[in-house]
Design a protein around this ligand. Structure first.
Ligand SMILES: [Fe+2]
Length: 139
């Protein structure tokens, strides 16, 4: 096992909204922990709670984004919600199957690609709308 993180966070992944960037890093960090536990041969007693943590963090993060998108009257709100719902369901299924999942490499690859793709493509679309909103706020 190489002594590197599975996903190395880069500032290029930042969208410039502090609370969202912080949560994105938290999600990536959780995926990195999951990778670490799998690679080091930890049992399901730690893999399962990490998947549950990822599912719950995903839920909290999506709620944060969705509230801001709604407040900013983001025009593509509905399309974005569809993507969130699908990923949340998939994460829930992976979490339920955590004890049975044989192909952990595929799960990790899926999570890595989904999150980096979503942050850099879909989330960056709403950025100007949310920036405008938060510039008027105290956070
Ligand atoms: Fe999103």
């Amino acid at each position: 096992m190489k002594n590197i993180l599975y996903i190395v966070w880069s500032d290029n992944n930042k969208i410039g909204i502090p609370i969202i960037d912080e949560q994105h890093r938290g999600i990536i960090s959780t995926i990195n922990s999951l990778h670490y536990f799998i690679q080091t041969g930890h049992g399901h007693e730690i893999i399962k709670p990490t998947m549950i943590m990822l599912e719950q963090y995903t839920y909290v993060h999506f709620k944060t984004e969705e509230a801001l998108m709604a407040e900013a009257s983001y025009p593509a709100f509905e399309e974005h919600i569809v993507l969130h719902k699908a990923l949340l369901k998939k994460t829930k299924d992976l979490s339920i199957d955590a004890n049975r999942n044989k192909d952990s490499d595929m799960v990790l690859k899926f999570l890595k690609e989904w999150w980096l793709g979503h942050i850099n493509k879909e989330d960056k679309k709403y950025t100007p709308f949310l920036r405008k909103l938060i510039d008027t706020k105290a956070f």
